[in-house]
Design a protein around this ligand. Structure first.
Ligand SMILES: C[S@@+](CC[C@H](N)C(=O)[O-])C[C@H]1O[C@@H](n2cnc3c(N)ncnc32)[C@H](O)[C@@H]1O
Length: 242
């Protein structure tokens, strides 16, 4: 995982800034129950999404492990933020209406995701919801880069934010899948050059010859520094049984 204390200074600029945060917040809002007044933005980072989710009727608390990210969040959400390890979640049982996780689960081990889902089920009120991104790495399906990478797909390890994984973990704790939405990752389009740098790390299980062939294919794509289409990310809502 990146060191988010270091990343904080560049984070908003490189993750689509306000347009991306607005797109995410708008999609999340559509999945929140109208009565949701206390929302926990887990792994909420710089608070870019939380500030767009906040309304006079809805308080959003940013919980994150990184002090550097929280320093920026504190300014945005008037100090409504806390340094928290999401696997522990030091909040009272049945105390929040919604837990939001944008781009968190894919960074973690499956056992950490399992711990977070269990803790989420504990802190949610009956009828409360978990809204999380899933399948992050599949968000750019139709670009020439994805086509070039296709031979390596069988060598990917299972993603910890895979829908099937989150479905199974949530079901153990009485959380049922009740909705989905998407948002555009403004400014998040892949470039051939950026992906070439990642091929060896992401697909280390693939044969060397296959990785080399894919890197050659990526090197042959036009406009290597031009970002391809903005990815579209998927959000899933899970509702705690009443
Ligand atoms: C990719 S950023 C997403 C930030 C924010 N959700 C957004 O959409 O801009 C991931 C965030 O998760 C935080 N994080 C990673 N592991 C965590 C953990 N165990 N507990 C709390 N936060 C964590 C990082 O510090 C970082 O701020």
């Amino acid at each position: 995982m990146l060191d988010y204390d270091d990343e904080a200074a560049h984070y908003d600029r490189t993750r689509g800034g306000r347009p991306r945060a607005l797109a995410a917040a708008s999609a999340i809002s559509g999945l929140l129950p109208a009565r949701a007044s206390i929302v926990l933005d887990l792994g909420g980072g710089t608070g870019a999404v939380a500030t767009e989710l906040t309304t006079p009727e809805r308080t959003v608390l940013v919980a994150d492990a990184s002090v550097g990210m929280l320093r920026l969040a504190a300014k945005r959400v008037d100090g409504r933020c806390a340094q928290v390890d999401a696997t522990v979640m030091p909040f009272r049982d049945a105390s929040v209406d919604a837990v939001v996780c944008v781009w968190l689960f894919h960074l973690l081990t499956e056992s950490d995701v399992a711990a977070i889902v269990a803790a989420t089920a504990r802190v949610l009120r009956s009828g409360g919801v978990l809204v999380t991104t899933v399948d992050k790495r599949d968000a750019s399906p139709s670009t020439d880069i994805a086509t070039a990478l296709a031979p390596l797909r069988p060598y990917r390890s299972t993603a910890t934010d895979a829908t099937a994984t989150i479905d199974a973990l949530t079901a153990r704790h009485g959380l049922r899948r009740t909705g989905t939405a998407t948002f555009t990752g403004v400014g998040q389009g892949w470039t051939p050059l950026g992906i070439i740098d990642d091929v060896d790390g992401r697909y280390s299980a693939a044969p060397d010859s296959m990785r080399s062939a894919v890197i050659r294919a990526l090197s042959g794509l036009p406009d290597p520094e031009r970002p391809r289409a903005d990815p579209v990310y998927t959000l899933v809502r899970y509702t705690k049984d009443v």
